[in-house]
Design a protein around this ligand. Structure first.
Ligand code: QAP
Ligand code: CO
Length: 168
């Protein structure tokens, strides 16, 4: 097991569009274990492979209180079931310390593969639906700050760049 370094905004590698997984291998299963460990350590509720600089369509989520419900989504595709939108105060492990309101569809269906390469479909709502859409955005090179005004996004970028300079 290993903790993986998490890329932080505005790292340009976060803008990479991830490639589909053709066959789920043991190497993918090791990556998934490491991603879950990295997410739990943070702690966070969702992590996309993009955030650990692996550009394949893999993400993990666990919205349980006690790390008891790890979920793995490989090549996820979302269908919107209902046009109704909901607001949520989102954060991101790649944008540490910043949270803001994002509006997204509330009821979705996801089609994906699990870590064994088996296909599944599932209807999702609530935090799970929000988190899944947030993580799929990462696989497209998109961040929640992209939904904010340029003024807010630039403020966040400048603060994080300053922190990164201080760390260097
Ligand atoms: C995505 O985000 C998400 O700023 C997952 O200092 C979040 O796990 C989707 C985190 C909210 C929907 C709603 C953020 C940890 C964790 C921080 C996370 C931080 C430490 C974020
Ligand atoms: Co995120």
């Amino acid at each position: 097991m290993a903790l993986l370094p998490i890329l932080e905004f505005p790292d340009p590698r976060l803008r990479t569009v991830a490639k589909p997984v053709v066959e789920v291998t043991d190497a993918h299963r090791v990556l998934i274990k490491d991603m879950l460990e990295t997410m739990y350590d943070a702690p966070g509720i969702g992590l996309a492979a993009t955030q650990v600089n692996v550009h394949e369509r893999i993400l993990v989520i666990d919205i349980s209180e006690d790390k008891s419900e790890p979920r793995v989504f490989i090549n996820p595709v979302v269908d919107i079931l209902d046009p109704e939108l909901g607001e949520y105060d989102e954060g991101c492990l790649s944008v540490p310390g910043f949270y803001d309101t994002v509006t997204r569809p509330q009821r979705i269906r996801v089609t994906a593969m699990n870590e064994h390469g088996e296909n599944f479909k599932e209807e999702l709502s609530g935090l799970m639906a929000i988190c899944l859409q947030h993580e799929i955005d990462h696989l497209e090179g998109k961040l929640f700050v992209d939904y904010l005004s340029p003024l807010k996004r630039n403020r966040i970028r400048k603060k994080l760049e300053k922190q990164h300079r201080a760390q260097a």
